[in-house]
Design a protein around this ligand. Structure first.
Ligand SMILES: [Zn+2]
Ligand SMILES: [Zn+2]
Length: 828
């Protein structure tokens, strides 16, 4: 590739300049309006590839643009530095996670610098440093004091290979998200944050998030999974007033219940089966199911297996005896762990009933095509008319639903209730590389929180952290053994560490006062700077990270520490960059490193290509050839400026070109481009169309410069203005080149201290054109229109014209032919 401009000289020069001149340093005393532009802080797990780059480049473009628009911009960067990736990598390389983490941070910082991405590095935070995790521990204690943090034995997902607990959402199709090993279930004492207390608010406040992508809000809504229904109490036959409660959204099908299924984990099972004749068989069955993966158990493809446990419950509406089963397709996590099975009206129940020969009873009939339980091949799940349902027979089922609920409420056999799919947030990890949980266990005082003044609970460095099925910190005796803060007696430290999602649930507050050693954040500053104006990151964090950050923000609000309830006003989730049809990953061998591309084409080319590749919210395929296209374009801009600088002729004043229609046209194009690029910057970040608008303007300038029919076209003031605008509009995308050209054109750097240009709406208007109106091919009228007039408007205007109306009179119009921007012919 021929070198078209000296990017290798230009780029380091300006990178140094911006850094020396503190271009990206937020000014705390500025009177300008604030703009908080935040990128999700990354795991420092490896060197960045071009797919990662998209995120940071988008953020950098927004920050530069906002600086030019006159905002006091805060664009910080930090490191989500604890967690499994670093620990697993360290195990693999036989090093320490701290060492590899610090090395990775240095690599990534260098890469970001070479990309020309600017941050206020004075505010850098690193979540694995004690000066940060001290405050993560403080946050834990705040939740603990407020009753939002508790410990309990829980069946958890256990990855036998990573030797750790995984959250449900880290289990993908039954396998560990990190290592793809099959996940099993295990009972462990765990710490939880009570996020379920906030389910309703997390759902309702989604309405406040107008500048979030709709699909992210839908994902959060589904994750919260609000369901309104009825909890029904079924008395156990032979039990002493024992009740099994069961949640349903379809109380209208209560007369069709033919069996009940419990989750094998249901706490009542132990006592229900203690006298069962086949207890051994039931026990073994339960054990087998618990080895199955939960996600698999829920999937439609997996075979449903169950077992009758020799007990019955009573249907409280009919008094009927109903057999009690256990089955793999019912989980404790959803509803109450008990399902009233209505095989006629639920597909899973239907399949199960067919397999085990359980009765099927139609209670909602299809009004168009009456149902026969014997002939049914699938469940009827639509609405219909109640049948075989006692006093409710004959009602539409939706009406009956309300009446049955009222009836149950009155007799206390059921109650209206709301269920959420959301579970409490399991925050403890049996791993080394995380913030220690600030709790001690004392023989006499029990669970004792570490007092604030004793924070941080330091993570010891010389620990054998290779997984051994228990928390590595347990092997570190001088960490484990401590004194009770309350009674000074011997005590033992909690050895689990916190989920990294706790670290990232509040980091955006710390950027405002990263060195404060008195408090986690400065309420006055965060109240001024938050919510974040623009948050940018991958859609893979659409659910958990964002939900946890929203939750913690609401807790801090309730604690009166902040005055806003949502942390991120606007959210942008960029699509992935793929190569050869797949997500870039080391294992697939399709990773494109930015380093080599930057050394052959320069960072500006990589930036422009990354943005030009497609709408940024969509996935896009990386193409090395496309990089060359971006490179040629930037070379062209370089030559265009050189040409005007090298010309010896005088620049004509604008007035001399005023009458020249081609000059008018170029001015119009220039102002149209300002409008187009500005709109894209403010809207959906469609930088691809912004860049192509700049390319069009460059084409126009070239056409103009090479047009021999014009008098001295090259030196017109209008051409000079157009070139100046190109350089400014290009500056957020190709900042180094723009900065250099700006200086070459005789301006003082930095171009980013220049106000973003505005357009003149009067110039935008297209010149007028004259359209000929014919009737049956004969000229009848001439009308004037804007040059960009649409065919449909031409037609309408022709038919509305008084003179034409007179000509047509009452004759029916047979046909209208439009020659765009020329003529309308009406055939009568
Ligand atoms: Zn794993
Ligand atoms: Zn004690």
């Amino acid at each position: 590739m021929k070198k078209t401009y000296p990017f290798d000289k230009i780029e380091p020069k300006w990178q140094k300049y911006w850094s020396n001149k503190d271009l990206f340093k937020m000014d705390p005393d500025s009177k300008k309006p604030k703009y908080y532009c935040l990128m999700m802080f990354p795991y420092p797990s490896a060197a960045l590839h071009v797919g990662h780059g998209r995120n940071y480049i988008i953020g950098d473009v927004v920050a530069r643009y906002k600086i030019m628009k006159g905002f006091n911009v805060l664009a910080p960067m930090g490191w989500d530095a604890f967690g499994l990736p670093a620990e697993n990598a360290a195990i693999q390389d036989n090093s320490h996670p701290k060492k590899s983490t610090m090395k990775n941070i240095a690599t990534m910082k260098k890469q970001l610098f070479e990309w020309g991405i600017g941050y206020d590095w004075d505010r850098e935070i690193t979540s694995c440093f004690p000066d940060y995790y001290r405050w993560t521990q403080w946050l834990f204690l705040k939740l603990y004091q407020r009753g939002l943090c508790y410990r309990k034995k829980a069946a958890v997902n256990w990855c036998p290979s990573c030797q750790t607990v995984l959250a449900n959402e880290q289990v993908i199709e039954g396998r560990c998200e990190r290592c793809e090993a099959l996940v099993v279930e295990k009972d462990l004492e765990q710490w939880f944050f009570k996020i379920t207390d906030y389910a309703e608010r997390l759902l309702n406040d989604l309405r406040l998030l107008e500048c979030w992508p709709e699909r992210v809000k839908i994902m959060q809504k589904n994750w919260l999974g609000k369901r309104e229904g009825v909890e029904i109490f079924f008395p156990v036959v032979g039990g002493k007033q024992e009740l099994l409660s069961c949640f349903t959204t379809r109380v209208d099908t209560i007369y069709g219940v033919t069996y009940m299924v419990l989750a094998p984990e249901h706490p009542a099972i132990e006592s229900l089966i203690k006298d069962a004749g086949n207890k051994d068989k039931i026990d073994k069955f339960i054990k087998d199911i618990r080895l199955q993966n939960k996600a698999e158990r829920l999937s439609l493809e997996v075979e449903k297996v169950g077992m009758f446990i020799d007990r019955y419950v009573i249907n409280p509406m009919t008094g009927e005896k109903i057999p009690l089963w256990i089955a793999n397709y019912v989980l404790m996590e959803y509803g109450t762990g008990a399902v009233m099975a209505v095989p006629a009206h639920d597909q899973r129940d239907f399949e199960f009933a067919k397999k085990y020969n359980l009765p099927i009873k139609v209670v909602i009939d299809n009004p168009k095509n009456p149902l026969d339980a014997v002939l049914m091949t699938e469940a009827y799940i639509e609405d219909g008319i109640m049948t075989a349902s006692g006093q409710f027979t004959g009602l539409p089922n939706r009406v009956a639903m309300q009446k049955i609920t009222d009836y149950m409420q009155k007799r206390k056999i059921g109650r209206r209730t709301i269920h959420y799919r959301l579970r409490d947030w399991l925050i403890s990890r049996q791993r080394y590389w995380g913030a220690p949980i600030p709790i001690v266990y004392c023989r006499s005082c029990g669970i004792v929180p570490v007092p604030d003044r004793e924070l941080p609970v330091l993570l010891p460095e010389g620990v054998r952290f290779r997984p051994q099925g228990k928390s590595p910190l347990e092997t570190q005796k001088d960490f484990l053994n401590t004194v009770c803060p309350r009674c000074k007696g011997p005590a033992r430290r909690e050895v689990d560490t916190m989920d990294t999602f706790v670290d990232s649930s509040w980091y955006f507050l710390r950027y405002l006062s990263p060195d404060d050693n008195k408090r986690a954040f400065d309420s006055r500053l965060v109240n001024k700077w938050l919510p974040v104006d623009q948050y940018i990151g991958g859609v893979e964090h659409a659910i958990l990270h964002l939900l946890y950050a929203r939750f913690i923000t609401k807790v801090l609000y309730d604690l009166d520490l902040i005055n806003f309830q949502e942390p991120f006003k606007a959210l942008f989730t960029q699509g992935m960059i793929i190569k050869n049809g797949a997500k870039m990953s080391k294992s697939k061998g399709n990773v494109v490193s930015p380093d080599k591309l930057i050394s052959s084409y320069g960072a500006d080319t990589v930036r422009v290509y990354t943005l030009f590749i497609g709408p940024p919210e969509k996935d896009a395929e990386w193409n090395d050839k496309g990089v060359e296209g971006a490179y040629r374009f930037l070379g062209r801009v370089w030559r265009m400026v050189g040409q005007i600088l090298n010309s010896k002729s005088q620049i004509l004043p604008r007035s001399s070109g005023q009458a020249n229609p081609k000059i008018q046209e170029l001015r119009r194009k220039t102002h149209q481009t300002i409008k187009k690029v500005s709109d894209d910057m403010e809207g959906d970040f469609h930088f691809n169309t912004a860049i192509s608008a700049i390319m069009e303007l460059v084409n126009e300038i070239y056409k103009f410069q090479t047009d021999k029919t014009q008098p001295c076209p090259l030196y017109s003031e209008t051409v000079k203005e157009a070139i100046r605008i190109v350089v400014i509009l290009l500056s957020p995308f190709a900042p180094h080149l723009a900065e250099e050209l700006w200086q070459m054109l005789g301006n003082k750097p930095s171009i980013f201290r220049t106000p973003w240009p505005s357009y003149d709406p009067a110039i935008l208007k297209q010149k007028e054109i004259t359209i000929v109106i014919q009737i049956n091919g004969r000229l009848k009228q001439r009308l004037k229109f804007d040059a960009d007039v649409k065919d449909s408007d031409l037609k309408a205007a022709a038919l509305e014209d008084e003179k034409i109306k007179d000509w047509i009179k009452d004759r029916p119009v047979k046909k209208i032919v439009v020659v765009p921007k020329k003529l309308v012919n009406i055939v009568v």
